[in-house]
Design a binder for this molecule. Structure first.
Ligand code: PEP
Ligand code: MG
Length: 755
């Protein structure tokens, strides 16, 4: 059964549109279960009505015509209850309703299961049989499993179909797809798909610029792969037995086969560029192999894909040049990476959209730092269909619109103008000190990680660097940077801001930040070997970094060192000892090194409860809310499926922050917040109320945060905090704070707020 299930799901996932996806489902289910009828009813937008969309067994003319309100008939009963209904003789049931167009009077046994996606009822899957019988448990279990697995594919096929239709004769305008806000702002531009090289499934649709050239390039790539395989066979001659070597001959033959080459060439001649022509041809032949019952032959699907990947790599030797990116590029992808972001010239990058990830993923953080609107976690994104399309990115709401109408474009243009006005108004604020209405200064520092960020941070009026993520320079190299190399990087950062503070955080790799030359593979990377745990286990790496930081601070007095991911006092003691050792070594080597200020990140729940004890041993605490929220609420910061559970205004988060702030102050030490929460205007009010001493935010948010600080007194912020601390629902807390922002004249910031 599992094998059958998998095959049906694979076929449906590869379908080009909803009609063919549903056709596959009803055909395959009827065949596999050996029953008389299989039908799919889908609920229409708004969920008020159900429409018969596909059937094998019912009168074909009724497809697309029979409809019922949710709650009407047995199908409606399944929808209403959102659970299976299994009946030996359907007409006996009081809710039975006869639809004469279907010809279903012949059928007695009825089994309907709901199709549910993200808590939303998509439709109902029904099987029927002429004889009176109760479907057995195995049938019910099969259909429930199938419906659960298919729901994502159906919803995806629906979108792909709609996007596909747009390309054709009657473009539907304003197709909206929703994800999660990644970076605020709105952008209009042209889709460019970022895809992993040699990943056939992520190849986007694109038209061939010159059909003849495209065909020639494809044929050359095929020839090159044939030569490559012959060469491999030759090399393996002495290593493999002769029957195994035949495999390579089979590969070479496949490469010359009509189905692969002619199929692709036909698609190219019809106007497609070679990679997507190859993708579609390969899907077709792989599916044909997979459908074969002989396990040996069905395994050949893997070979076809492997060969196609080799051809694809050849085709991809023509990499996009900077000038090939449209002037307003909307970068889209399954899982957009920081490197893909960096490949687009910054003056051409207008927006980012990723199927995977959330607002707390590092790509989103990078987009915010660059002031580029981003939408994350768009699980239904039909990536392959979006190349070259006009797209609107609404980073506030976490939505995108494909093929926007002139009216929608006008609305967004208006919004962009409003944003610009706001930004200009705030620019004058940038150089003003961040002082509350009752005279408390709360410095606003910048988060950084690249030297390229430093100049914009200074211009933006930052009071210093509150978080320098040193892993970024480590990530863009091919090996660990040496002590001198690191010293140079850190010194430039320290000098640019001197005497204002610069907080260098020691290496925080692991989790979702990996170094290509130091792979850490774990089942649970966020709970694994990460941050200080790695550097304590590798004192040679840690000491090199600490020495570089200290050497960089010679003659300066603004170095702050911050330890990430501390979860126990023993880790802190270990880190402090190594820091002391690095300094002693340098003093022995006759360097004159000032004493740095040392801090601990509070980003693991245990650190919240140890805040006072930790603060007694160091000079300051800094709360990393990005991680703290994920660990407190058990919500992976990169997992779009649970992103709506990730909430900075969750009462547990507010209690944890207040507790940490009290701990630091009882020890007489300052505490700052450097996670993304510090850039959220509504949250800033609460942080002021908690008497957080400083904030560190992405450069793009700096002046907004200053505006909030300058618009509230600590007294008023404390009142609002006390009120929020008695509330249970994050949405109600958000509403209260938004209202306070509007009342204080900061309504312009409210749209940016997350719920
Ligand atoms: C945090 O966790 O809040 C933080 C600032 O660190 P990072 O986002 O780099 O994990
Ligand atoms: Mg962190």
């Amino acid at each position: 059964m599992l094998h059958v299930l998998r095959r049906i799901v694979l076929e449906v996932s590869a379908a080009d549109n909803l009609t063919s996806a549903l056709g596959i489902i009803v055909r395959r289910v009827r065949q596999e279960l050996d029953i008389d009828v299989c039908s799919v009813y889908l609920s229409e937008p708004g969920g008020q009505r159900l429409l018969l969309m596909a059937s094998e067994g019912l009168n074909p003319d009724s497809v697309g015509h029979v409809e019922m309100s949710a709650g009407e008939g047995l199908v409606g009963l399944v929808a209403e209850r959102a659970e299976p209904v299994n009946l030996e003789n359907a007409p006996d049931h009081p809710r039975f309703k006869y639809f004469p167009e279907t010809g279903e009077e012949r059928y007695h046994a009825f089994l309907g299961v709901p199709i549910v996606h993200n808590r939303r009822l998509l439709g109902v899957l029904v099987v029927q049989q002429r004889e009176r019988r109760r479907f057995d448990d195995e049938h019910v279990a099969f259909l429930i499993t199938l419906a659960a697995q298919l729901s994502g594919a159906i919803s995806h096929a629906e979108l792909i179909g709609e996007v596909g239709r747009q390309r054709e004769s009657t473009p539907q305008e304003n197709l909206q797809i929703t994800g999660i806000p990644g970076a605020s702002g709105v952008a209009v531009g042209q889709g460019v798909v970022a895809y992993a090289l040699a990943d056939l499934d992520s190849v986007p649709d694109r038209d061939a610029e010159n059909v003849n050239e495209e065909e020639q390039t494809f044929r050359e790539a095929v020839r090159a792969v044939q030569d490559e395989l012959k060469e491999i066979k030759h090399r393996m001659q002495d290593v493999l037995p002769s029957e195994e070597l035949l495999l390579f001959d089979a590969y070479v033959m496949m490469l010359g086969s009509d189905s692969l080459v002619n199929g692709t060439v036909d698609r190219i001649r019809a106007g497609s560029w070679a990679p997507s022509a190859l993708r579609d041809t390969v899907r077709e032949s792989a599916r044909a192999f997979e459908d074969m019952d002989d396990p040996y032959l069905s395994e050949r699907a893997t070979d076809v894909r492997d060969i196609a990947r080799r051809i694809l790599m050849r085709l991809q030797s023509h990499v996009r040049r900077p000038e090939d990116f449209p002037e307003r590029t909307i970068l889209l992808g399954e899982d957009v990476t920081a490197t893909q972001l960096a490949e687009v010239p910054t003056d051409r990058l207008a927006g980012v959209v990723s199927s995977k990830g959330t607002g707390s993923s590092h790509v989103a953080i990078l987009a915010r730092a660059m002031g580029i609107p981003a939408v994350m976690g768009v699980s239904d994104l039909p990536v392959g269909r979006l190349e070259g399309r006009q797209i609107v990115v609404d980073g506030y709401r976490g939505s995108l619109y494909i093929q926007p109408s002139p009216e929608l474009l006008e609305q967004f243009k208006h919004l962009q103008e409003e944003e610009q006005e706001l930004a200009e108004g705030l620019r004058t604020l940038a150089q003003e000190p961040a002082i509350t209405l009752d005279g408390h200064e709360v410095p606003v520092y910048a988060n950084s990680g690249l030297l390229a960020d430093i100049a914009p941070s200074i211009q933006s009026g930052a009071d210093g660097i509150g978080l320098y993520r040193t892993e970024v320079p480590f990530m863009i190299r091919e090996r660990f940077p040496g002590e001198d190399e690191q010293t140079e990087i850190y010194r430039e950062a320290l000098m640019s801001f001197n005497p204002r503070p610069v907080t260098l955080r020691t290496l925080d790799v692991g989790g979702d930040k990996s170094l290509p030359y130091f792979p850490v593979v774990e089942d649970n990377p966020f709970l694994g070997w990460r941050g200080i745990r790695i550097t304590l286990d590798h004192p040679e790496i840690f000491l090199t970094q600490l020495r570089a930081m200290l050497r960089a601070s010679q003659g300066l007095c603004n170095l702050h060192i911050l330890f990430p991911m501390i979860s126990s006092l023993s880790e802190l003691k270990g880190a402090m000892q190594l820091l002391q050792r690095a300094r002693d070594e340098l003093l022995d080597e006759h360097y004159v090194i000032p004493v740095p200020r040392v801090g601990v990140m509070v980003e693991v729940p245990s650190a919240v409860y140890l805040a006072e004890a930790m603060a007694r041993r160091v000079d300051f605490l800094s709360v990393g809310t990005n991680d703290l929220i994920q660990y407190l609420l058990a919500v992976d910061r990169n997992n779009a499926r649970v992103a709506d559970l990730y909430n900075a205004l969750h009462p547990a988060v507010l209690h944890a922050l207040s507790h940490a702030a009290r701990g630091a102050h009882q020890a007489g030490k300052p505490i700052s917040v450097c996670g993304e929460m510090a850039a959220d205007p509504a949250s800033v009010i609460l942080l002021l109320g908690m008497e957080i001493d400083s904030l560190s935010v992405n450069v793009a948010s700096l002046s907004r945060v200053k505006w909030v600080i300058r618009s509230f007194s600590r007294e008023r912020a404390r009142e609002l905090l006390n009120q929020c601390m008695t509330m249970e629902e994050p949405a109600a807390i958000r509403a209260l704070l938004n209202n306070a922002l509007v009342q204080a004249g900061l309504g312009g910031l409210v749209r940016a707020g997350k719920t």
